[in-house]
Design a binder for this molecule. Structure first.
Ligand code: TXA
Ligand code: MG
Length: 342
């Protein structure tokens, strides 16, 4: 665990910008966020403008204490399930959706009668929320559709000139966005997988559903429980192709297509066998590391400039693997080549 030195001056500057209705990039343990005062609709509207985000996609409200939910009157009723989840996983990479009050500006809830709330564990995120003395609305700090940022440099690459500041709190530990669970449905349902796994949630709550949109593309006319899930997302400019196959088949398939514009998004164990450009997610089966590296890998692929096609194996859906699967299948526009059943 690394020790972060919190510079009080920088945090105070960021808090003042936020209080004045500004937009500031902040580190969290999942990914960097683009923060504004969640109770100030005009400030929140600037986030949408900077990201180029569709206005029908609601934002997560970040707090620095479980009691902030009551203190700022964010939700109409705190369900017992929320208390149990908070006890187990807050502060941390879990977002809970509950019925909102009228305190939440329409820009935050995007017309829904619910609000998403998260208590991040990153000390810098907590310090900024406390210093600003208001909850902060924050989506991931990337341009809409691009891979989420896990370093301050990623934020600068996307947002320089568009926001007031970015606080550098080092690389995000989890690397994929928080798990989103709705407690506003009869049975709690995961809308987006993340660092807190479905298995972990079931241990605390018992029955937990996984929304269809986590694994599959929505069919025509279906509405997304989580609006963010309907967009092609997390995509580098290069074309991502997912292969369903074993390691040997993956290597021979990719090597047969060796070309300057081809890259393998692979594991450390594949590196010596591949004859194309490579970007590794980490050791095979180490899903936590894959999650931590995923977005940086996707950004590196674009920074290379010449890569047009990226081949990756279809990730496992076990544990945190499900979060990597969910992001990569969206990056690939849901296209998978099944080499096992040709
Ligand atoms: O880890 C994270 O969650 C990061 C950091 C910055 O906290 N934030 C983040 O925010 O990923 P964003 O806006 O990129 O993703 C929020 C997701 C979107 O898919 C959005 O549609 C969904 O949560 N969401 C937010 N409020 C919702 C609501 N009331 N009902 C359903 N889905 C909601
Ligand atoms: Mg996002």
């Amino acid at each position: 665990m690394k020790t972060l030195v919190l510079d009080e001056t920088q945090i105070a500057v960021a808090a003042q910008l936020l209080k004045n209705g500004g937009v500031v990039g902040i580190p969290t343990e999942t990914v960097y966020g683009l923060a504004a005062d969640a109770l100030n609709g005009e400030a929140v509207a600037k986030i949408f403008k900077a990201k180029g985000r569709p206005m029908d996609n609601p934002l997560i409200v970040h707090i620095a204490d479980f009691d902030d939910i009551r203190r700022f009157d964010l939700v109409s009723e705190v369900p017992e399930s929320a208390r149990r989840l908070a006890k187990a996983f807050w502060p941390g990479p879990l977002t809970m959706i509950m019925k909102r009050t009228d305190v939440i500006p329409p820009e935050v809830s995007a017309g829904l009668d619910t609000v998403a709330v998260r208590f991040p564990s990153h000390p810098v995120a907590q310090a900024v929320i406390r210093a600003a003395n208001t909850p902060l609305a924050a989506p991931s700090a990337n341009l809409s559709g691009s891979p989420s940022p896990t370093t301050a440099r990623h934020v600068l690459n996307d947002m320089d000139g568009k926001i007031d500041a970015v606080l550098d709190g080092g690389a995000s530990e989890v690397g994929v966005e928080s798990t989103v669970i709705t407690l506003a449905s009869e049975v709690p349902r995961v809308l987006r997988p993340g660092g807190v796994t479905v298995e972990m949630l079931r241990e605390v709550l018992g029955e937990v559903e996984v929304d269809d949109a986590v694994l599959h593309q929505l069919r025509e006319g279906e509405t997304a429980a989580s609006p963010g899930m309907k967009y092609k997302h997390y995509a580098p400019k290069a074309n991502v192709i997912l292969l369903k196959c074993d390691d040997t088949a993956y290597i021979s398939y990719v090597n047969a297509r060796a070309d300057d514009g081809v890259c393998a998004l692979c594991c450390d164990e594949d590196l010596l066998s591949l004859s194309v450009k490579t970007v590794s997610l980490g050791r095979r089966g180490d899903y936590l590391t894959h999650a931590r590296h995923l977005f940086d890998c996707l950004r590196k692929i674009d920074e290379n400039g010449t890569i047009q096609t990226v081949y990756s194996r279809l990730p496992s859906t076990e544990g945190v693997g499900l979060a990597v699967y969910n992001r990569l299948i969206r990056a690939a526009g849901f296209e998978v080549i099944d080499l096992e059943n040709l």
